[in-house]
Design a protein around this ligand. Sequence first.
Ligand code: SF4
Length: 330
Amino acid sequence: MPSSRPVRKKYNIPLFIPHEGCGHDCVFCNQRKITGFQTSVTPERAREEISKILATIKNPDCDIEIAFFGGSFTGLDLGLQRRFFETAASFRDERIRGIRLSTRPDYINKKVLDQCEEFGVRTIELGVQSASDRVLELNRRGHTFERVKEASAMIKERGIDLGLQMMVGMYGSDRETDIYSCEKIIEQKPSCARIYPTLVLSGTQLESLCKNGEYAPLTLEEAIETSAEILSRFRENGISVIRVGLYPGEDLRSEGNIVAGPFHSAFGELVENRIYRNKIEAEIIKNGIRDQEYEICAPPSETSKIIGQRGCNREYFKEKYGVRLCLKPI
Ligand code: SF4
């Protein structure tokens, strides 16, 4: 019997904690530019930010999570983590359901998880990036995939939801390796995942590698195709993908920041379009459909994904097969 209870809308209050938590220097990372914060965040500043954002959420019947993103939160001094947690816990708003945070796999240990449990952390997202130890080493991640497996198991043992983040097109990777990473991530049974295409940001080691000709970023087309395959595999395995593509905030897009790579402000949408394009194309080829109308019955919520951004899928089938997509709402 379907439940008649309305689904509560979910909100995040994102607090970006820049590089202080991180002693690493991954070749692709320009932490401050990704987070959009140029200054250090203190618990006091976090309090102001939470109050400000909370006041803008008028919905009385929703679930809100306070999210510590952007750096390697659990790499911070335990006492400072506690102060951030206490700040979050001091908000008595009934709509706040818990805390989520992102961190590195090698910054997960018993003490960290004890404290997370104490403050009701609901989700921990790990930056995995790749399951290939060779790629992890080339990108100076400072940990192996074995560490990801250990940290994932420890998080799940505590009953905390696990999120895993991966990148496509990293230095030293290729499509096959990216798909391998996806499969290894699926094996860890996370409840959610994020997919990020590798961008070359100004001032990073990846920029130098790119200039020296040692690294060639993916084209937008390659990044879309690989991400579409990975997104489909995650979904087939019941993993909710909560983001595809970096958040195109002002700071990321500031002039000169993205030096090269498959950036598109609607990257996730293009990936969704591609999944439909691939499915429809397989049907068209299988059934030998050419130069005719092709009717697709779909719910209204899916029609724009099927037609594609600015009609790109519609154009594609018309040009390549002479097929005109005809959508019937169901
Ligand atoms: S661990 Fe994260 S924050 Fe630290 S350098 Fe690497 S990507 Fe950047």
